[in-house]
Write a protein that binds this ligand. Structure first.
Ligand SMILES: [Zn+2]
Length: 166
């Protein structure tokens, strides 16, 4: 859960989790609160952008032989991060290589529901590559749908856009 300094909106949650799950681990600063908040604020100010990390995340996502979810090295299959039935777009920016076990287990489930409910994993420990694709897609979705300012209390609400703010 983001600290209280992060406003409870979909847009701010996306930026906070991008700083935490995507930027901090690549800098060797995973779990470093001050680093995460610094990068979150820079994202918010527009000093840095999620798209600065696109190329790296895309390259990792398209790397065959390594599961983007569990890190296992094996013959991988390509699977969607956000399933089509939930409005996931067609295209490589929604695809990752996954081991057959993760791919079969996730199928067309919501990423967070699968990770938290089926696997029993912590929502704050989403793996970096699917998290990077998911958060970017969610940001684009809510930019188009004017959902970035809606209230959000949980990363699991991000895709569906939180609730109407009062
Ligand atoms: Zn796997």
């Amino acid at each position: 859960m983001p600290p209280r300094a992060v406003p409870r909106t979909v847009g701010d949650f996306i930026l906070y989790y991008y700083a935490k799950l995507v930027i901090a681990p690549s800098a060797g600063e995973a779990g470093n609160y001050r680093f995460i908040m610094d990068r979150y604020k820079r994202l918010k100010r527009g000093d840095i952008h999620m798209s600065d990390y696109d190329r790296e995340i895309q390259k990792l996502a398209q790397q065959p032989g390594v599961c983007a979810f569990c890190g296992k090295q094996c013959k991988t299959v390509i699977t969607e991060v956000v399933p089509r039935r939930l409005g996931g777009p067609v295209g490589i920016h929604n695809l990752v290589h996954a081991c057959p076990e993760c791919a079969a287990s996730k199928k067309d489930k919501d990423l967070l529901e699968w990770w938290c409910n089926d696997l029993g994993r912590d929502k704050d420990e989403l793996p970096r590559i699917p998290a990077g694709l998911f958060l970017k897609l969610a940001y684009e979705r809510h930019t188009v749908g004017f959902g970035l300012k809606r209230r959000c209390e949980d990363i699991r609400d991000i895709w569906h856009g939180g609730r109407e703010s009062k």
